[in-house]
Design a protein around this ligand. Sequence first.
Ligand SMILES: Cc1cc2nc3c(=O)[nH]c(=O)nc-3n(C[C@H](O)[C@H](O)[C@H](O)COP(=O)(O)O)c2cc1C
Length: 178
Amino acid sequence: MAELEKVGPFPAGAEPDEYDRRRRRVLWSLPTGLYVLGSCAGGRRNLMTLNWATQVATDPKVVAVSVESGAVTRDLVERGGVFSLSILRRDDRAVVRKFVKPLEDTGDPDSLAGHPVHAAVTGAPILDQAAGWLDCRVIERTAWDSHTVFFGEVVDCGEADVSGELLRMEDTRMSYGG
Ligand SMILES: Cc1cc2nc3c(=O)[nH]c(=O)nc-3n(C[C@H](O)[C@H](O)[C@H](O)COP(=O)(O)O)c2cc1C
């Protein structure tokens, strides 16, 4: 992994290198799920591995996702104003390695990069193998230098077996952010 920039503020007396490493360990320890975010705009679709997602309001039903500034997905969600979240089974952990770089979209509505997909209300691609899924329309956004947080109202959802064992970040040896 590339050396990450040290970002302040640093508490009084803290040694920046040590504090940076400690803060990263604590941030990495935040328990999260691990999902595949679907996006679409202007005839192009994408799927991206993402762990920064959570529900943030009940009325309306709002889910927030945080997407890297340089990601193809950020541009697609920005322009398309929609996103989907595919919730995965723990057994499907290998799938997330496939969605860490932009996919080629050949335009087949039933498939994306060899993975069977379907669309719901918004048109954002949803993995057929998902244990459950949320389809969201963007109602708000907040942009920082590194990431844009999109707030999406849930406009449709589906489930296959969300009561089963679902994929979490801790099921992998990967980390993100920090
Ligand atoms: C385990 C894991 C978790 C990730 N979580 C996020 C995330 O929450 N937000 C994000 O923007 N990128 C996340 N990424 C990185 C994206 O999957 C990756 O940068 C992707 O290439 C960028 O998307 P793009 O295909 O739209 O360009 C994660 C990567 C991994 C391996």
